[in-house]
Design a protein around this ligand. Structure first.
Ligand code: ZN
Ligand code: ZN
Length: 421
């Protein structure tokens, strides 16, 4: 395996590209975070994304940030651990770091992650080691993740065209051409190419809000997905609420947690999913690819799981804890959105989960409820708890979606991949 296919110096050379990267940085801070003066910012980024991290830092200070702290990660260093570290390394994680992050969030800091990784970075490594390292990481990250999942603070994810990611998405293209193609796709999908990207996001958020309001009025008891290899009832949590686009975090700041985003989503009841479902796209999970997923649910939990590729990783993933076999999210995504229309498989959840309707195994979002509930009340209403949250795609133009009321009466919600009304 080639460890470093390309040099890291990939900052765009022409000024048009520079201008677009700047607009992405501006979107990240103004639309993604909605950063308010006096806030600290904690950012994570791959080392390759240094040019974007710098532009975001500049935008953040201009928006009134008191301090921007960036933690960089490096793929090669991550691999060196698998090549040279002693066995006990794979049960170790930097818990002190995540406790520090959690302390920053409790102190009011916003969180930004630049996303863009080699989707098959760890595919050649021993699955057992990968699983142990993931588990240790998930456990250690919990204090910080809880605050993010509960929207305690404003946070956002924004993409960067990492060369190894570009190579995975466009394997036929030469390295530089692949990076350019990926950037072009990113700029189109994130609306950086719009005449006024900030206005385009305001309009997009208004559309998602209208859809969210419609579903909240309909108050379905469950959703029924039907298509080739899929006949699945997803029961919704008691008191669930649909969300989509921008929202207010608990600190009152209004932002978009994901750039891009095309989904409206809510919390399923962890014990009320029934039937079988086939994934409509491969899932890129922690550096490995799981393809051809078919699972069967009984009383909310996966009782059978198959994959044509990555079966061992799938099994390890759903064995993480009791909640890893149950659903924590269901999301509806029409096929006409820019990510779906691009036809590109990104091997990256931030993009691929927005290309099709999806479900997520694991942790539920406590915000997807009609009011704020205590942890105990959330569990009582059906919200799932887990160390993982893994989205995978089950929607396509061929998959029909109905909303069911408590008596089972069906209302068409999606046909041919589009909203019915
Ligand atoms: Zn989602
Ligand atoms: Zn999700």
């Amino acid at each position: 395996m080639d460890l470093a296919p390309f040099p890291a110096s990939i900052s765009p050379a022409d000024s048009a590209a520079d201008a677009r990267l700047e607009r992405l940085a501006e979107l990240a801070v103004k639309v993604g975070l909605g950063l308010v003066p006096g806030q600290e910012l904690v950012m994570t980024a791959p080392v390759e994304a240094l040019p974007l991290a710098r532009l975001i830092t500049e935008q953040a200070y201009k928006a009134g940030a008191t301090l921007v702290t960036t933690l960089f990660s490096d793929d090669r260093s991550a691999l060196l651990r698998y090549q040279h570290a002693r066995d006990e390394s794979f049960d170790v994680s930097a818990g002190w770091l995540y406790e520090g992050m959690a302390a920053a969030f409790r102190g009011g800091a916003a969180r930004l992650a630049i996303v863009g990784a080699d989707p098959s970075l760890l595919s050649e490594q021993a699955p057992g080691k990968v699983a142990r390292a993931n588990r240790a990481q998930s456990k250690a990250y919990r204090p910080a993740l809880d605050l993010i999942a509960d929207s305690f603070i404003n946070w956002t994810l924004v993409p960067f065209a990492h060369p190894a990611w570009a190579k995975a998405v466009f394997p036929e293209a030469a390295p530089e051409a692949a990076v350019k193609k990926l950037w072009d796709a990113i700029y189109a999908i994130t609306r950086v190419d719009a005449a006024d990207p900030i206005a385009a996001w305001a309009a997009h958020n208004a559309n998602l809000k209208a859809r969210q309001d419609r579903l909240n009025q309909q108050r379905f008891h469950s959703l029924h997905f039907r298509g080739s290899g899929t006949d699945l009832i997803v029961g919704l949590a008691d008191g669930h609420a649909w969300m989509g686009g921008a929202s207010h975090a608990k600190n009152g700041v209004y932002g978009n947690p994901n750039i891009p985003t095309e989904e409206v989503f809510t919390t399923p009841h962890r014990a009320r999913t029934q039937g079988h479902v086939s994934a409509t796209k491969p899932l890129s999970h922690q550096g490995t690819l799981i393809d051809g997923i078919r699972v069967r649910f009984e009383a909310g939990a996966i009782v059978e799981a198959h994959a044509t590729r990555g079966q061992a990783v799938l099994e390890q993933m759903i064995s993480t804890d009791a909640g890893a076999r149950q659903l924590g999210e269901v999301a509806l995504v029409p096929s006409s959105n820019p990510i779906a229309k691009s036809g590109i498989l990104f091997f990256n959840t931030l993009f691929d989960e927005n290309a099709a309707s999806h479900i997520a195994l694991g942790q539920a979002y406590s915000k997807c409820f009609v009011q704020e509930f205590s942890e105990e009340e959330l569990v009582e209403r059906g919200a799932n708890r887990s160390l993982i949250h893994v989205d995978w795609m089950i929607g396509s133009p061929e998959v029909e979606v109905d909303g069911l009321d408590e008596a089972g009466k069906a209302t068409p919600v999606m046909r041919n991949g589009e909203w019915v009304d």
